[in-house]
Each structure stands twice: as structure tokens, then as C-alpha cells.
Write a protein that binds this ligand. Structure first.
Ligand SMILES: NC(=O)c1ccc[n+]([C@@H]2O[C@H](COP(=O)([O-])OP(=O)(O)OC[C@H]3O[C@@H](n4cnc5c(N)ncnc54)[C@H](O)[C@@H]3O)[C@@H](O)[C@H]2O)c1
Ligand SMILES: [Zn+2]
Ligand SMILES: [Zn+2]
Length: 346
């Protein structure tokens, strides 16, 4: 089969790779239909995720058809049309029993990280019964690719941890695919104002189309002053950080109202100053989370019911065999006005 293979920092290749085989009775082999590229794949290619070794097939998102299952798989059978979660969960360890699949002692985020991933013609998925989701007939496959990672991430780490409530004024910092997923799913709870903050006018324009009530370009506008004007100097009830740099986490601390929630989503590589000298008396909470994908079944239902339209996040489409070109476009997202790209295994 063909696959996108990581060859060490800065290097990748679309090349022949051995077709995966069952390694454990709980595995399944999936023929990929659609996959995508994540910002995390770009981090891996830069060399920011050193556990990913040369020779690894990348990718942790996608949908496909089950080709083969191990003897212990009972819920999924060959021929099933499935959504692959970016998190593999055994369903049996202490963390899985608490619903914290991201910290599964036997899995977690391993696809395209510690084991071969989904940017390939076939993938082996561990713990098939608890890590694959059957796709109801008639659902749009491309929309569902957004449910492998982006939507549960924005929803669980941002909206649920940020306790978004009816009437709230919320701010989302970062209008990339993850921040936009938080924007789409925050609207389940009818916040009063959704303020989207980014440096990129195109992404802010997309955010307005997706339901942001206000946008602030922080490269041009004084964000704290604007938020103070908008909130009568109170600040926001919820600040969702979807960038992953010190400046944006510090911004969350400057705009949070008393009693508010700062929900961090961004992957941070540098330490950030915590301003307890101003926040200690403000009754705020700060949360962090690695996406668990526990809300995937619920998100599937909202897509099926037409309450959530993840297709809006897709800007570009390629054949899987054109993946190098797709990386080029996704890697220059600002120039190309790219959000998510879809790769189809034809
Ligand atoms: N916690 C998790 O489980 C989890 C899962 C997936 C992704 N992530 C992280 O979520 C974050 C967002 O992911 P993404 O794919 O949307 O990334 P992205 O890079 O596509 O988007 C980030 C956005 O932030 C904007 N930005 C950059 N610097 C800024 C600044 N100083 N002020 C305002 N905006 C700024 C950029 O213009 C861009 O639109 C990343 O850090 C990613 O690694 C976390
Ligand atoms: Zn991802
Ligand atoms: Zn587990």
C-alpha cells in the first residue's frame, strides 16, 4: 500500500509501506476512505514531537470501511462504515472508566504518533470496539472526518471546560480549525456574545459567518480596551485559549471576569506567567485538557440532526495520492486561506 511516511524533522514521503496486519485480538484493519491533516502533524514534521520516530506513518483522523477484525472484537464487523477517533481507548483501565480516554493506560493519542496512522490506504486501529464509531447510513463522510479530533477538541477542552452558559459573554482566542470548532459547538449553549480574536482577517471573516457576534484583530486593535468597552469593564465569562503561545494565555488572564472560566486548549511549548497577584481574589477557574473524545457519540447525533455543520470547516480537497501537495497548502494556511483539507483514497 501507499502511505505518508515521516522521515525525520522536515522530511516526509508518499511511498510504499507494508499493509498493516492484525497484531492483537482487539485490533481492526480499516480501508481508509477519507482523512485529513492536523496542525499537530505540522508540529511533528517540525520536530516538535520527538517521540515520533522516522518511518512512522502520520495521521490520526479519518473514516473508512472495516476490512478485518481480531477475535475479541464484538461490536464492529467487516464491512462496517466507521469514524476513527484520534484517541484509542481500551475501555478497561482506570482512566477509561473515568471517561478520561486521552490518558488511557494502554492507548490515548497513539495513532500517527506511537503507532502508524491514517494518512495511508489502510490503518490498524487498536481497541476497535471502543475507539471506532459506526457511521449511521446517509451521513456525509467528509463532515464526519471533522469529528475524529477537531470538534471534540473544541467542544470538550473549550466549551465544556469553559462552562459556556446561556447569555454568557465568551471570548475565543485563535480562529484556526480548533477555535472555530469551539465557536460552532459553543452555540449549543446560546451564549449572548461570542468574541473571536485572531491576527488573520480571513479567519475572522469565517468566524463571523460561523456565528461570532464580534471579532477583534489583535495585530491592529487593543484587545483589552475593546473587551472592556464591550463588557462595561467586567470582562468575559469564559475565555477559550486556542492558540498555544504565552501571549494568548496571558490575554485570557487580562480579560476574564470575576467568577469566569479560562479554558486552555492550545498545546504550549513555553512556560507562561500566572498572574495570581491579580487573580487570587477573582473566583476564576483555569482548566487544561487533552481531548478525550468522550463526546463523539453526542456530536455524531448533532451532525445527524443537522444541528452542527462541520462541512463548513473544509476548504480544500485532494486525492490521497496528492498528499504532498495538500501538506503544502495546509502548511501555508494563511496564504491559501486553508482551514481543513480532505484527502480521499480513491
Ligand atoms: N488540547 C488538545 O487536546 C488539543 C487537540 C488538538 C489541537 N490542540 C491545539 O489547539 C491549538 C489550535 O489548533 P489549530 O489547529 O486551530 O491551530 P492553527 O495554528 O490552525 O490556529 C491558530 C490560530 O491562532 C492565531 N494566532 C496565532 N498567534 C496569535 C496571537 N498572538 N493572537 C491571536 N491569534 C493568534 C493564528 O492566526 C491561527 O488562526 C494548537 O495549539 C493545537 O496544538 C490541542
Ligand atoms: Zn489533531
Ligand atoms: Zn484505557
Amino acid at each position: 500500500m501507499k502511505a505518508l511516511v515521516f522521515k525525520g524533522p522536515g522530511q516526509k514521503s508518499w511511498q510504499e509501506a507494508p499493509k498493516p496486519t492484525l497484531q492483537s485480538p482487539t485490533d481492526a484493519i480499516i480501508k481508509m476512505h477519507k482523512t485529513t491533516i492536523c496542525g499537530t502533524d505540522l508540529h511533528i514534521l517540525k520536530g516538535d514531537v520527538p517521540e515520533v520516530t522516522a518511518g512512522r506513518i502520520l495521521g490520526h483522523e479519518g473514516v473508512g470501511i472495516v476490512e478485518e477484525t481480531g477475535g475479541a472484537v464484538s461490536n464492529i464487523k467487516p464491512g462496517d462504515h466507521v469514524l476513527i477517533s484520534c484517541i484509542s481507548s481500551c475501555g478497561k483501565c482506570d482512566y477509561c472508566k473515568k471517561g478520561m480516554y486521552s490518558h488511557c493506560s494502554n492507548g490515548g493519542w497513539i495513532l500517527g504518533h506511537l503507532i502508524d496512522g491514517t494518512q495511508a490506504e489502510y490503518v490498524r486501529t487498536p481497541f476497535a470496539d471502543t475507539s471506532l464509531y459506526k457511521i449511521p447510513p446517509g451521513m456525509d463522510e467528509e463532515a464526519l472526518v471533522m469529528l475524529s479530533d477537531i470538534l471534540p477538541t473544541g467542544f470538550e477542552c473549550g466549551v465544556l471546560n469553559g462552562k459556556v452558559s446561556p447569555g454568557d459573554t465568551i471570548a475565543i482566542i485563535g480562529a484556526g480549525p480548533v477555535g472555530l470548532a469551539a465557536l460552532l459547538t459553543a452555540q449549543f449553549y446560546t451564549p449572548g456574545e461570542i468574541i473571536m480574536i485572531d491576527l488573520d482577517d480571513n479567519r475572522l471573516e469565517v468566524a463571523r459567518r460561523f456565528g461570532a457576534t464580534r471579532t477583534i484583530n489583535s495585530s491592529r486593535e487593543p484587545v483589552i480596551e475593546r473587551i472592556n468597552e464591550l463588557t462595561g469593564n467586567k470582562g468575559v465569562d469564559c475565555a477559550i485559549e486556542a492558540v498555544g503561545v504565552p501571549a494568548t494565555f496571558e490575554l485570557c488572564q487580562s480579560i476574564i471576569a470575576p467568577g469566569g472560566h479560562i479554558a486552555n486548549i492550545g498545546v504550549h511549548g513555553k512556560s507562561v506567567t500566572l498572574h495570581l497577584e491579580t487573580l487570587w481574589a477573582q473566583n476564576i477557574t483555569i482548566t487544561t485538557r487533552l481531548v478525550d473524545t468522550v463526546t463523539t457519540p453526542m456530536l455524531l447525533k448533532t451532525v445527524a440532526a443537522g444541528k452542527l455543520d462541520p462541512l463548513a470547516l473544509i476548504t480544500h480537497r485532494f486525492k490521497l495520492s496528492e498528499i504532498i501537495q495538500a501538506y503544502e497548502v495546509f502548511g501555508h494556511a494563511d496564504r491559501e486561506k486553508a482551514l481543513k483539507v480532505i484527502l480521499t483514497n480513491e
